[in-house]
Ligand binder design. Structure first.
Ligand code: PCA
Length: 218
């Protein structure tokens, strides 16, 4: 049986957000696993990162170096999102409108002065979106994850992945957790966990059998 390792990261709580869905989802997936995958033994590691330009990526990289993952899925919270946002592109820009947890507010600065302007995600967004439709998860494709810590982490992750032989990596933004029956804003946690499981399952399938039908940049 093939053994594959997946790292899924989220962020610590910040601002006025008591429970950051971007960590609740990785934690639930690491605890419960993901069904629907035959002939594969999946090891899922969840890690929570500080909302810090300087420390988020080094913290994720430590977990990556300890677990040698085949797939890395980073997640974050987008307060204003109605549904799940599948991020297409990481840009080489920090432009913070508020300080991070270290009280740093980088303005109009590159993340890597020698790096390319942007990277496309390496996750199969089209097949993930198709599964979201099947599971009734409201979702959109998004062109960028902003210019705060989420985008910085995404860019550093893809910068690293570009030097690896075969690692899939990408970023998914979650809305707030909202347990009301018909939420106008945000989604119940169980829907977010279903969405996270779809992302892992499709990424594993794509890792094992890349097909020309799954266009990465959707
Ligand atoms: N969202 C922030 C950083 C941490 C998080 O969950 C962002 O949008 O950059």
């Amino acid at each position: 049986m093939q053994q594959l390792s997946v790292v899924i990261s989220g962020f610590d709580h910040y601002d006025d957000v008591r429970v950051n869905p971007s960590y609740e989802v990785p934690k639930a997936l690491a605890e419960k696993g993901v069904d629907g995958l035959d002939d594969v033994e999946l090891a899922i590691s969840a890690v929570s990162l500080p909302v810090s330009f300087a420390k988020a990526w080094p913290t994720l990289r430590e977990t990556i170096e300890a677990t040698h993952p085949n797939i890395v899925i980073a997640t974050g919270l987008k307060h204003a999102a109605r549904g799940v946002m599948l991020e297409r592109c990481a840009t080489n820009l920090m432009d913070a409108a508020k300080p991070d947890v270290d009280n740093m507010t980088p303005r109009r600065a590159p993340i890597d002065p020698n790096g390319p302007a942007a990277y496309w995600t390496r996750l199969p967004l089209r097949s993930i979106l198709a599964d979201f439709t099947r599971d009734g998860i409201p979702a959109t494709l998004s062109s960028d994850a902003g210019t705060f810590v989420c985008n910085s982490l995404f860019y550093n992750l893809l910068n690293w992945a570009s030097g690896q032989d075969k690692v899939l990596a990408g970023f998914v933004s979650f809305p707030l957790i909202n347990e009301s029956r018909h939420p106008q804003h945000g989604l119940p946690l169980r829907h977010l966990v279903t969405a996270g499981a779809d992302v892992v399952r499709d990424s594993v399938r794509y890792y094992r059998r890349p097909t020309s039908g799954d266009i990465l940049i959707a």
